[in-house]
Design a binder for this molecule. Structure first.
Ligand code: GLC
Ligand code: CA
Length: 553
């Protein structure tokens, strides 16, 4: 596998990135327009969320045709131009392959509904009566995971929306079809892929009720998952591509296997455990303050575990499914800038490949929508109804959505202080964040040396100049304080020490004699240059302190 450890990936949600033809929808030409910006930021790969033909029930994660571009996003010529232009900017494209399910508008599913046995075998159909779903499994978007088709007298499995039918990976023909899609995009010059909820594709042969949960324990990291991944990667010759798997509710043991180079499965994995530390009893729709002790423990477990096992983590706080991290674990007002920088440094300096989600680099905040009418996401709208049914008031349900909705991350990119943030000339498909203000724009932060944007640039650039960040070993420093996360990176003689104050209160940390000659490499407060001679250090709110021993390789 090629070495990608010093690379940084930037995620574009094209629909909300840049509109160029005045329809309020972001498009592929919009991504091309912003390539100079991305090159200047210093990123190596662009992960584009799906722009394929789709009814957009789940914003493109419901694919109706994997080989064509949804006209709302542009044309195949636009995409080819993007491939060519991004290469000229030193940026590779990573396409998003949604292989767990297709839209029910996909040709295969339509033919299945018309009664063609061949295509029914592409999906997971079970005979039955309308009153009795095959199992009690629940959809991840709420409600039952099965849908009845009266004229066939059969149920089909759909772990997500009703219009997202799960594919039957046990059918070799399905696996061949998916490989053909990868080959198609490889031909177009694509050299990186992200695989959507890929650890859910191998379903158990026998499907039974889950008396303990929603069914996920039966199909998560399922029986043939490693075999299927190896086969797909081998048969399409993508072993040397940068590939990342989105792993839902996964385990460390499986992620080591998914990402250890000798297994020849994937380059790295996303896992979400660190983003559930504010879910009450594991329930996304029940609010709870962040459990910092758990957060620290999870980072330590995954960092140390993947290192020992030879796996590789994708490092991230934000994506198109997660609320904005500054709203979630930082501070939206007084310490907006400091907390955004601390949170960025905390993960960028760990062992793994960092991902930046559009707008994160300027500290964008949650949507703060005052009304349910502004939400568009299918999951949010489903859960709003579920919460009301469970007895929450409208106000309570809105507060939960305000904290948890996926629309929090999907609001238009804030390029400048114009009415629609320079994203579009017309009203965007999804409303701007109500927290949109001139400081939170690219235009303003470009001009400010001390901005969050420039801090992200610095993080990317130190990764390229200090090999210890990309290649060093990690170990955690015991601080005895839940609010301080600290670790050391080491490569030969080169060392980096990272201290993060996770909260608003000041915290005192002990300084080891061993660090007395270390220089301050990064700090989100101005003024200090050295810490020498001190036994302890008072960390300011959300402070990030990074020390380095000035030994270049
Ligand atoms: C992944 C995607 C999410 C989508 C789901 C179903 O979790 O990131 O946006 O809704 O898969 O495809
Ligand atoms: Ca457009």
């Amino acid at each position: 596998m090629s070495d990608f450890s010093d690379k940084v990936v930037y995620q574009v949600y094209p629909k909300s990135f840049q509109d160029t033809n005045g329809d309020g929808f972001g498009d592929i030409p919009g991504v091309i327009e912003r390539l100079d910006y991305l090159q200047d930021l210093g990123v190596d790969y662009l992960w584009l969320t799906p722009f394929f033909i789709s009814p957009q029930r789940d914003n493109g994660y419901d694919v109706a045709d994997y080989r064509n571009i949804d006209p709302k996003f542009g044309t195949m010529e636009d995409l080819e131009r993007l491939v060519e232009q991004s290469a000229k900017h030193g940026i590779g494209l990573m396409l998003d392959m949604v292989f767990n399910h297709t839209s029910t508008q996909h040709e295969w599913f339509k033919r299945a509904l018309e009664g063609e046995q061949k295509y029914q075998n592409y999906y997971i159909f079970k005979e039955g009566t309308p009153d009795q779903p095959p199992t009690n499994w629940q959809s991840k978007f709420g409600g039952p995971a099965w849908e009845y088709v009266p004229h066939l007298k059969k149920w089909y499995l759909r772990l997500y929306d009703v219009t997202q039918a799960d594919l039957n990976w046990d059918n070799p023909q399905v696996r061949e079809e998916l490989k053909e899609i990868l080959r198609f995009w490889k031909e177009k010059g694509i050299r990186a892929f992200r695989f959507d909820v890929i650890n859910l594709v191998s379903k158990p042969e026998e499907m039974i009720d889950d008396c303990e949960g929603d069914g996920r324990r039966f199909y998560t990291d399922g029986p043939h998952i490693h075999e299927y991944l190896k086969e797909m990667v081998h048969d399409t010759g993508i072993e040397n591509f940068v590939t990342v798997g989105e792993m839902s509710s996964t385990t460390l043991e499986n992620c080591i296997k998914y990402s250890a180079p000798e297994e020849k499965e994937l380059s790295m994995c996303f896992n979400f455990h660190h983003l559930k530390v504010d879910y009450k009893n594991g329930d996304k729709w029940a609010l709870m303050p962040t459990d910092y002790k758990a957060l620290k423990a999870l980072f330590e477990k995954w960092q140390m575990g993947m290192q020992t096992g030879g796996g590789w983590n994708a490092l991230f706080w934000c994506n198109h499914d997660q609320p904005r991290i500054v709203s979630r674990m930082g501070d939206e007002d007084t310490y907006w800038k400091e907390s955004a920088k601390m949170l960025a440094g905390m993960i960028h300096l760990m062992r793994g490949t960092p991902y930046i989600y559009q707008g994160e680099e300027i500290g964008m905040l949650n949507a703060h929508y005052p009304s349910i009418d502004l939400y568009k996401d299918v999951e949010s709208l489903n859960y709003y109804q579920i919460l009301l049914k469970k007895g929450k008031t409208k106000q309570e349900a809105l507060e939960i959505l305000a904290a948890r909705s996926r629309d929090n991350s999907r609001t238009p990119m804030q390029w400048d202080a114009e009415q629609y943030g320079g994203f579009s000339e017309v009203e965007p498909w999804l409303a701007m964040s109500a927290a949109f203000r001139p400081e939170i724009t690219v235009a303003q932060q470009r001009e400010d040396e001390d901005s969050i944007l420039n801090f992200y640039k610095q993080l990317i650039s130190v990764r390229k100049t200090y090999p210890v960040i990309a290649k060093g070993e990690i170990s955690f420093i015991e601080t005895g304080n839940n609010m301080i996360l600290a670790y050391e990176r080491k490569l030969g003689e080169q060392k980096i020490i990272v201290f993060c104050n996770l909260g608003k209160e000041k915290q005192e940390v002990a300084i080891s004699d061993a660090w007395c000659d270390f220089k301050i490499l990064l700090n989100n407060y101005a003024g200090r240059e050295k810490i020498s001679g001190e036994k302890s250090y008072i960390m300011k709110p959300y402070e990030l302190l990074v020390l380095e021993n000035e030994i270049q390789e």
